[in-house]
Design a protein around this ligand. Sequence first.
Ligand code: AGP
Length: 592
Amino acid sequence: MCGIVGCILKDKKAAPILLECVTKLEYRGYDSVGIATPDSEIHIKKDQGKIKDVNKKIGLSNLPGDMGIAHVRWATHGIPTKENSHPHTDCSGNIAVVHNGIIENYKEIKDALIEEGHVFKSETDTEVIPHLIEKFMAQGLDLESAIRDTLDMIHGSYAIAAMAAAEPGKIVGAKKDSPLIVGKGIDEYFVASDAPAILNHTNNIIYLEDGEMVILERSGVTVKNMLGEVIKKEIHVLDWTPEMAEKGGFDHFMIKEIHEQGESVRNTLMEAADIEKVVNELPDIERISFVACGTSYHASLIGKYLFESLMGVPTDVILASEFKYSAPALNDKTLVIFISQSGETADTLKALRLAKESAETLAIVNVLGSAATREAHHVIFTRAGPEIGVAATKTYVSQLTCIYILVSYMSNRMDLLEELHKVPQYMEDILADEDHIKEIASRYKDSQDFFFIGRGFSYPTALEGALKLKEITYIHGEGYAAGELKHGPLALIDDGVPVVAVVPPGISHDKTLSNVEEVRARGARVIGLGSHEDKLLKSEADDVIGINESVNELISPISYIVPLQLLSYYISVEKGIDPDKPKNLAKCVTVE
Ligand code: AGP
């Protein structure tokens, strides 16, 4: 996930305003930044690092001209370096492009362009765009048509803004599966990844749809489809304040990141071909060990259930901090999978260094260039984009998506891969029920203890639900395998104790419902998570959060965690806690 901005201004220098706008997009990426402005040639300032550090070093706003484009990067292809920072240019440096998204077929395009004599300066997927535009403009097309032909050739997701020295006073934007909005001020025009980025300048916003292009000129903005036909678009007048900017209009990063989970799953699915490649590189494996901490540990538990039930491969899951005390006997037929959002967690890195001495290692990581990605034998990237809230949400669902893709390829279960493509819609349906979950949260917010129960694939979901609750509401929450309650914890169930039961359709359904009956008989208040159509659950639970009936047990962990994240988020807000910065915790734990 990256942030892009472009503007054409009147009697004002563009670079300081581009810098201000792109700073509001820093939540979308913060490893590199760059600005390009044209006069007779295109001037670019860019480097890797946080915006304020890069600005201090090279003076980003010190560029001529009243128009330009800017970018803040979250590295996906190519580690954060000056060369990999956007804007990217063609061979001549006369065409500049900023891009948010992933171009899946960039390698074949790049190889073909190199054959034709194009010289690439970066390792990014994005750089194929200016080179393709250059190629088509050299054949006589104008910028707009050259971009259209370019977009015809690329697969994947994109929001772009591009300009060419040969066509002064013009910026062309386009989108597919990545956000792009247009701002229409008085004689001043903008494109940006989101509206809050430009709210200081205009609140007249046009939302572009997939397959639409916008042409900003000094005379105004025109929106067209991919056939070049003009489209009439509605202008929305927003009543947001500029202060809402960094959070994209949401109150907290956490809720914004919960809402981004569909996009995270979609982006991670685009990684499928690279994951297949990793699978093909793996030696014969007789055993799998997952190693991780916290939320990443819960994702690993789902991995265990998947590998054992679908492939029959013995799989264990070890807390990274316990690895040196309880590591299984490793050998070259063991694959040790390290899961880490940050790729910098000290416990996980220590375990990785130990495991590497005798086993094959694979790291599933969200941050490109992090220590885990440099040290593991194989790496898979989750494509969640930057996660700012301390509580892991979208990185968790992306980790799960990676594990499901991995197991689909390893077990040849392509039906599972197909199922995954439906998950973003299931998530959106759950988010449409947000007010209901908020209302439940306000009724349960004063409880002292919560229990979360589930069986099979729902057991790790229960554990993760309890972790979210503890972390951001400071309420005691316990996750239990539902069948384990009667072996001790049932003694703690009294009148009014909330029990959250995760009961998707599947083989564990009836047995978990029996456990729900047991806690009800002891006075528990039950919040049930299950299919919309589950009449039995409705008759047993005090409150039901209904989920699409097609979401069966096997695939449920990626969707069923969303209501639990929302429940904790809204309890946290009701209690006046800042869910983004829970006490005593840090986003990345670099001590053992
Ligand atoms: C979860 O909400 C926490 N922030 C925490 O448990 C986290 O998952 C854990 O510290 C591991 O971090 P990592 O994924 O960056 O290695």
